[in-house]
Design a binder for this molecule. Structure first.
Ligand SMILES: CC(C)(COP(=O)(O)OP(=O)(O)OC[C@H]1O[C@@H](n2cnc3c(N)ncnc32)[C@H](O)[C@@H]1OP(=O)(O)O)[C@@H](O)C(=O)NCCC(=O)NCCS
Length: 338
């Protein structure tokens, strides 16, 4: 049975590798909840939500649509898209903050659901930045030769942890899952070659109180509910998050002008557009799905990638920047030649 290991001798001799995206997939719960429907439940309005966030609707999971169910569907679609089978995958990373259970990991449930019996599977928790952290982590496994093909999944059911009495947060979030398959391929020339070109990750735990869940197995013994200082998060997101993007561009020797698609975490249209403006990224390069999906945390980027690839916007050879910030704070960016 294959295991994950790094052999330093082999790594030295091996050709230089890049992690290339070879498939994408996604899954959304069947039920769509519009702003108007939410307004029947809490004191809010379609106009307020659209104006402040750009969100028009979100998908909300029913009891049977757990994080692992949505994640498995998205991962299966990504495998199919790549023309691969369960035997081809030796690493599954699932970014989530809403696992079905405290343990085992959602990734192992996705692994079992797909019939993958080799390699390793684990969850990664960096809240809304989770998918970027997972891509960066998978990239380390693939480029060191420790794994050959990775399923990188972002899957969430934030509807389970929002406080449905709190209008300042419950209108923002939705459920869903997205996945990509990354494959280790021999690196082609510099920034023109396909694959993950650079990643930049940051965390600063001093901001815990700005965005957190007020429970957990090691404290209250309950799941808890999401709490947020919305205005502070907004300020931090626009003011701070651009550092990782600038670093990712610099590492790859590219600039915002070279970019084809900006696929940020889909939290809020105003945050996304303000960040793009600050970075000199043209607004027509932004992939925006927050209007349809709301904030699906770690799932938002792979969901948006799948939408833009299937509708023909993202093409092979395009330069794509993904970027996210979430609770912690944790934030990161990855530059990918598609
Ligand atoms: C949450 C957010 C949309 C609120 O927008 P804002 O312009 O900062 O609004 P404020 O919090 O200042 O609230 C303005 C008013 O709207 C009210 N309000 C809050 N939520 C409301 C809602 N859903 N419907 C109607 N009114 C609402 C507030 O009570 C406040 O009323 P007041 O002036 O009478 O006190 C905004 O702060 C934001 O997007 N923050 C980032 C959140 C985020 O993306 N988090 C996830 C990061 S991963």
């Amino acid at each position: 049975m294959a295991t994950l290991r790094t052999d330093p001798e082999q790594s030295r001799r091996a050709p230089k590798l890049r992690s290339v995206v070879v498939g994408t997939g996604s899954s959304l719960p069947a039920r769509v909840v519009t702003n108007a429907a939410l307004a029947e439940r809490v004191d809010t309005s379609d106009e307020w939500i659209v104006q402040r966030t750009g969100i028009r609707q979100r998908h909300i999971a029913d009891e049977s649509e757990t994080t692992s169910v949505l994640g498995t569907q998205a991962a299966r679609a990504a495998l199919q898209d790549a023309g691969l089978t369960a035997d081809d995958i030796d690493l599954v990373i699932c970014a989530t903050s809403t696992p079905d259970h405290t343990f085992p990991s959602t990734a192992t449930q996705i692994q079992a659901g797909l019939g993958i019996h080799q390699g390793a599977a684990f969850d990664l928790q960096a809240v809304c930045a989770g998918f970027v952290f997972a891509v960066s982590t998978a990239d380390k496994f693939l480029t060191t030769g420790a794994a050959r093909r990775a399923l990188v999944v972002g899957a969430e059911t934030f509807s389970r942890i929002v406080d449905w009495e709190d209008r300042t947060t419950c209108v923002l979030f939705g459920d869903g899952a997205g996945a990509i398959v990354l494959e280790a391929q021999e690196a082609q020339e510099a920034a023109e070659g396909r694959g993950v070109l650079s990643t930049s990750l940051r965390s600063d735990g001093r901001h815990r109180e700005k965005l957190y869940v007020d429970g957990g197995p090691g404290s209250t013994g309950t799941t808890g509910r999401l709490r947020m200082e919305g205005r502070d998060v907004f300020r931090f997101a626009v003011g701070q998050v651009t550092d990782v993007i600038v670093e990712a561009f610099e590492q790859a020797g590219t600039t915002a002008e070279d970019l084809d698609w900006f696929v940020p975490h889909q939290a809020n249209r105003r945050i996304i557009e303000a960040s793009a403006d600050k970075l000199g990224i043209a607004r027509d390069k932004i992939v925006l799905t927050v209007d349809r999906h709301g904030n699906t945390s770690a799932a938002s980027i792979p969901l948006a990638l799948d939408v833009a690839r299937r509708d023909g916007r993202i093409q092979a050879g395009d330069l794509v920047m993904i970027e996210a910030i979430g609770g912690g704070f944790s934030w990161g960016a990855a530059l990918i030649r598609w």
